[in-house]
Design a protein around this ligand. Sequence first.
Ligand code: SF4
Ligand SMILES: [Zn+2]
Length: 354
Amino acid sequence: MEIQNLMSDIRKNAIKRMDKQSPSDLAVTWTSEDLLYSGKGNAVFIIIPTSGCAHALSESGGCTMCSYIADSPLEEVSSEESARIFKNLMERHEIKPKTAVKIFVSGSFLNEEELPKEARDEILKILNNEENVEEVIVESRPEYVTEEVIRECCSLLPDKIFEVSMGLESSSDYIKKYRINKGFSNEDFKRAVGVIKKMKNNYKVTSKAYLFVKPILTSEKEAIDDAVASAQYAEKVGVDRISFCPATIHKGTLMELLWRRGSYQPPWIWSVLEIIKRVRSSSKIPVIMDTSGFGTRRGPFNCKKCNKKLKSLIIESNLNQTIPEEFECECKNRWAANVEFCDVTRSTCNITNK
Ligand code: SF4
Ligand SMILES: [Zn+2]
């Protein structure tokens, strides 16, 4: 209960401090190279503002590392407006062959309270008419994954892969509950993956697990071990892809509060490499490592000499699904010492990467 009360207060304060922005101001899009199920291709990322993640807006206050609520206008966005925003953002791109469209609603695409069904249907119809789009990827908490909703979505995209990404974050229910405040358990995740597996008989539907690297109150060593164990668990449950999100410090979160007090640091990039090595050497499904925020003050960090090089090696390895080549830098010994000797937080550890 304590973490929920804390999160609820932090969230209320963060919301109070937010400047009000219109849905169109908050809508963002960009493109990049990406790995599709059919091989290397392109991704179009689209953020559609909605009323905000129901978990973050509930009394629970949401997850300890997440500030997606800051991307929300915190008011109802009509179906027409959401669909219009989506259409306008899509029109900014020339959709090349082999494209995946990744839609972020700063919450759950499948929750009709956040994104009305009419808007969802309209968006999927627009995508179905885009010949070069192979995959449509959305995010959702597991509680909104039902046979009915998957059927509704997939029927509108008969020839495209429809992927539901769920933030499992960790396979440890303890970590989910006490360090992330996730509000669901492995059982809930397993049920949702089960629904998707069953629907594969009729539709091109897939599931992806997002795994979070280094929640609060977690040592460097535990973060590595938990990430590896979580990937093994997600694969065993039957997801089709895994995407790791190494921690970056977002504004207005409990993670930021601890970081400001010296009780939390994002992971070393060496830890991220270690996770890639261990997971890719045994996994049979695609494993992606997100590199957002790498080398910044608020993100995963090694030292100024090697941050950039390692980031580009990881990006390249995502596209080829290889284990990045060995690389040495003088900061590696400090990382190894941190993994070996530093306990739960780094407040008492002077072997840091910053
Ligand atoms: S991580 Fe997902 S579920 Fe958690 S608060 Fe953020 S948007 Fe909501
Ligand atoms: Zn270095």
